[in-house]
Design a protein around this ligand. Sequence first.
Ligand code: FES
Length: 152
Amino acid sequence: MSHAMHHDDWIAICALDDIPVLGARRVARARGLDVAIFRGAADRVFALLDRCPHKGGPLSQGIVFGESVACPLHNWTIALATGEAAAPDEGSTARFSVLLDGGVVHLSARELAEHALEFTRPHAGPACRGHAEPAAAGSAALRSVPVTLQRA
Ligand code: FES
């Protein structure tokens, strides 16, 4: 939250209204897994690596309620603000800074390029569905779920 304001490299990703209410979109990166941006209750926007801390499920395809998302694979609950799993589960997913300004969602270019690159998708099992396409080099392409869109 407040640490988000320290960035000076915001790039516009999409309009708030491009994200379904209590839904998510995915942002493809040149390297690393996609970033999931969530529209929670009261139009607050959050961004997490699109990877459940349990077994790598795609959080962007989970159910958003309040300011949490339920992973589509085994129903862990992840807090959107912190990326932390709710007890009794343990773990956290990387979070990304978000700026909502004038109805436009921004992410940090530096974080998109450099943050949480070490995580990979499982190569087998249900968590690898729908993530076969490589990201375009040098761009952050906005994807709806599950249709692919280019950022305007
Ligand atoms: S992979 Fe998310 S709950 Fe298991």
